[in-house]
Design a protein around this ligand. Structure first.
Ligand SMILES: C[S@@+](CC[C@H](N)C(=O)[O-])C[C@H]1O[C@@H](n2cnc3c(N)ncnc32)[C@H](O)[C@@H]1O
Length: 241
């Protein structure tokens, strides 16, 4: 794994870990973010207006999707197990599920107003291809929002967050997941989360990638308690002349 993505084998390993955690996913998220995870999601979801056509990439069990108030939402997810969890809780009138990956989005060019990638960009096997697909499907002036666990370039906050992910997350997982389930694991799936966190570089890597893919006005802000970041960018308006 590296900041650009991962091999096919590594990606399948990440997907196996995600599916293994599936039923306990939100409980663990709540614990490891000290209850902040849904506050972050709500804040980011508020950028989608009711009239926007929205694409969420890596919707998993639908924990972000359910906060979107848009009337037209496409939710892409490679795992049927994970999207299956979300089906009962989301409004089928507004949400269309698409099985697939962010590197190959099954939507037409310039067809959506906002793209959201919430705690999922880190899991892409090819982030450059993913960013290029995002700009392709966005309308001119449309926006992308990438949310991930905070990874500042360096300094005390970076050290503190790294310590949290490496040394606090695995034991907290053990509190959230029943021992009978953990006993079935051949390897703690949250070790895989640590691996993807270590591999993805820093928020600067995401910003550079968006700029190189053609996005303008690229910036990153911290979400509450500085535990997550939102990197955003806009697809430029085409010159009228
Ligand atoms: C950590 S979960 C995030 C779920 C949800 N967005 C949330 O807010 O909790 C990451 C999701 O990304 C999905 N994913 C992994 N690789 C992907 C890819 N290449 N393209 C799209 N989604 C992917 C995983 O299956 C998983 O459901």
């Amino acid at each position: 794994m590296d900041p650009q993505g991962m091999s096919d084998k590594e990606w399948h390993h990440v997907m196996d870990a995600m599916e293994e955690v599936g039923p306990y996913y939100e409980r663990v998220n709540w614990l490891i973010t000290f209850g902040m995870v849904d506050k972050w999601r709500k804040r980011v979801a508020a950028y989608a207006k009711p009239e926007d056509v929205v694409l969420e990439i890596g919707s998993g069990p639908g924990n972000f999707t359910r906060h979107l108030r848009s009337k037209t939402i496409f939710a892409i997810e490679p795992s049927s197990d994970l999207s299956g969890i979300s089906k009962g809780i989301l409004d089928p009138e507004r949400v269309t599920f698409l099985k697939g990956v962010g590197e190959m989005i099954p939507l037409a060019d310039s067809s959506v107003d906002k793209v959201f990638c919430v705690f999922s960009f880190r899991d892409f096997f090819d982030r450059k291809a993913g960013a290029e697909e995002m700009i392709r499907v966005l309308r001119n002036g449309g926006e992308v929002f990438i949310v991930d666990m905070a990874k500042p370039p360096s300094g005390p906050l970076a050290k503190m967050l790294e310590f949290h992910v490496k040394h606090m997350v695995p034991p907290l997982t053990r509190v959230a997941v029943p021992s009978v389930v953990r006993e079935r694991w051949t390897r703690d799936p949250y070790r895989t989360l640590v691996d993807t966190y270590e591999a993805y570089g820093s928020t600067r890597v995401y910003e550079d990638l968006l700029r190189r893919s053609g996005f303008d006005d690229v910036s990153t802000e911290y979400l509450g308690l500085n535990g997550a970041t939102m990197t955003r960018g806009s697809k430029p308006w085409k010159s009228m002349c």
